[in-house]
Design a protein around this ligand. Structure first.
Ligand SMILES: NC(=O)C1=CN([C@@H]2O[C@H](COP(=O)(O)OP(=O)(O)OC[C@H]3O[C@@H](n4cnc5c(N)ncnc54)[C@H](OP(=O)(O)O)[C@@H]3O)[C@@H](O)[C@H]2O)C=CC1
Ligand SMILES: C[C@H]1O[C@H](OP(=O)(O)OP(=O)(O)OC[C@H]2O[C@@H](n3cnc4c(=O)[nH]c(N)nc43)[C@H](O)[C@@H]2O)[C@@H](O)[C@@H](O)C1=O
Length: 363
């Protein structure tokens, strides 16, 4: 990429897209094309074709997708497969039609089999059955990888795919039903601590920023209590109790979103699809690259770490009627390391940074 290249970041207000935009600006890139979801619905093939014909971007980061945690994936199964297939089909195909020089497609580590050998190497794709809770989303992401490879092989495009592990950082989704575990636990413990301190100003400020089921900060204490109870924040005698979904035993790997963005920009600057042709086989597959830390933690230990950082004193209980999902999904990031990139922010530092962001801007 040249510093004056025209770069389209699809999903520039999201967790990853906002971090990619910030990273590119810091590195001296200056010509960006962005559209919010309401300005351009990427599911709309005609609108996407018109957008590419008008803007003609040189480079594309596809960080727009239907994204959510385990329960959202399991509940809105049709939306997750339909929306993701539509978004990626439209953006990839129009990037080919309009001669985009290079595109990055963002997948996810849920593309790997439920009982994948650990750590997960790129070559383990399509070797066994997927985890049920996010199968529709994973199938869409696998289709995206195969679409990139197929267009590259048939049409000589330069589409590269990356498979990030679980991500977290500023501009994440903190909805208590639809978000991923790390932002959900941060918000629950932030509210739990405020309840412990009887700090109703803080609780009302949080709910004004993001109402829970239409309950905002103007509601009565009784209504607020009842909605917090529903989402697993309750008062049992002298302690606040906080629900953690599942058994607490699953292992997860977490990467700071700004490290993720740095890896994406590094690969856009240094990696081309043709690099994969050095393989000794005529069958070109598994050309995607894992992005992770190679370090994981149990959900129970994660919950206790967040509890300590936030200073929530109440008790945690594990609700095993909620799904655990995959028991372990740890990336093998050696392909990325061999290319010269490694993460910088460890989990404890990242949680402190995102909690500070949440208190200042997110809540
Ligand atoms: N978060 C994570 O832990 C992980 C994420 N990923 C992948 O990384 C990528 C980015 O995810 P993340 O940043 O977390 O997601 P976010 O939900 O934070 O952001 C998604 C972005 O996509 C945009 N978007 C969604 N639907 C449409 C649509 N129909 N038309 C136009 N824009 C749309 C949203 O726009 P708007 O803001 O305007 O609504 C938003 O900016 C995705 O491909 C995701 O699958 C992979 C692994 C883990
Ligand atoms: C990134 C990845 O994200 C999704 O997969 P996931 O890793 O299972 O996502 P998760 O963050 O929602 O959960 C991780 C673990 O944590 C537990 N857990 C505890 N308490 C809460 C809780 O309060 N909220 C949530 N969401 N999970 C909780 C939860 O039960 C599970 O065991 C994919 O669907 C797919 O979208 C994908 O690619």
């Amino acid at each position: 990429m040249e510093k004056n290249s025209k770069i389209y970041i699809a999903g520039h207000r999201g967790l990853v897209g906002s971090a990619i935009l910030k990273n590119l600006k810091a590195k001296g890139y200056s010509d960006f094309v962005t559209r919010t979801h309401s300005e351009l619905d990427l599911k709309d093939s005609t609108a996407v074709a018109q957008f590419f014909a008008t803007e003609k971007p040189d480079y594309v980061f596809l960080a727009a997708a239907k994204v959510g945690g385990i329960v959202a994936n399991n509940t809105y199964r049709a939306d997750f497969i339909y929306e993701n297939l539509m978004i990626q089909n439209n953006v990839l195909h129009q990037s080919y039609i309009h001669g985009v020089k290079k595109l990055m497609f963002l997948g996810s580590t849920c593309i790997y089999p439920k009982n994948c050998p650990q750590p997960m190497k790129e070559d383990y794709l399509l070797t066994d059955v997927l985890e049920y809770t996010n199968e529709p989303y994973a199938i869409a992401k696998i289709a995206g990888i195969k679409m990139c490879e197929s267009y590259n092989i048939q049409y000589n495009t330069n589409f590269i795919s990356v498979m990030p592990t679980n991500l977290y950082g500023p501009h994440d989704n903190f909805d208590l039903e639809k978000s991923h575990v790390l932002p959900a636990l941060i918000r629950k413990m932030h509210l739990g601590k405020a309840l412990e301190l009887n700090n109703w100003d803080l609780i009302r400020k949080d709910l004004n920023h993001m109402p829970i089921e239409n309950v905002d900060g103007s509601a009565s204490e009784e209504s607020i209590f009842s909605v917090l109870n529903k989402y697993g924040i309750s008062n049992s005698g002298d302690a606040i109790q906080l629900e953690v979904w599942g058994t607490g035993n699953p292992m997860r790997e977490f990467l700071w979103s700004e490290d993720m963005a740095d890896a994406c920009v590094f690969l856009m600057e240094n990696r081309n699809f043709k690099d994969c042709f050095t393989q000794s086989t005529s069958e070109i597959r598994n050309t995607h690259i894992n992005i992770g830390t190679g370090i994981d933690i149990s959900i129970k230990d994660l919950a206790n770490l967040i509890k300590d950082i936030i200073g929530f004193k109440g008790t945690l209980y594990f609700n095993d009627t909620k799904p655990d999902g995959t028991m372990k999904k740890l990336t093998d990031p050696s392909k990325l390391h061999a290319l010269g990139w490694k993460h910088k922010i460890d989990l404890e530092t990242g949680i402190k940074k995102v909690y500070e962001w949440y208190c200042n801007e997110g809540a």
